[in-house]
Design a binder for this molecule. Structure first.
Ligand SMILES: C[S@@+](CC[C@H](N)C(=O)[O-])C[C@H]1O[C@@H](n2cnc3c(N)ncnc32)[C@H](O)[C@@H]1O
Length: 85
């Protein structure tokens, strides 16, 4: 585990400040709007969501005929990808 101090004034992780985040999953391009300055952690895509999307796309869990609910969806990437898969 790592603790990474984040300073707003420093350059910081660029992807959090980008107004758009684009991903390619399930043969589709998914473009999500982000707003770190106004809404903070709830309005940016977290790396954990991207990693889980990649895992699911690889067939890590059989999603056929399953009902899935995403809690704390944020920008909704995971729910979108699960629906596409
Ligand atoms: C760290 S963000 C992660 C967002 C998204 N899962 C991702 O990976 O990009 C945590 C999310 O949980 C939501 N959240 C926090 N507490 C919650 C609660 N009690 N019920 C539902 N969502 C909650 C926040 O609004 C935020 O969108």
């Amino acid at each position: 585990m790592a603790l990474v101090p984040y300073e707003e004034e420093a350059a910081g992780p660029r992807q959090l400040h980008s107004p758009w985040a684009t991903f390619h999953f399930a043969s589709r391009t998914i473009r999500l709007q982000q707003d770190w300055r106004r809404l903070g952690v709830a309005a940016v895509v977290w790396d954990a969501a991207v990693v889980l999307c990649a895992y699911l796309e690889m067939g890590g869990i059989d999603l056929r005929d399953r009902s899935v609910i995403e809690l704390g969806a944020g920008t909704g990437l995971l729910g979108i990808v699960v629906t596409l898969l």
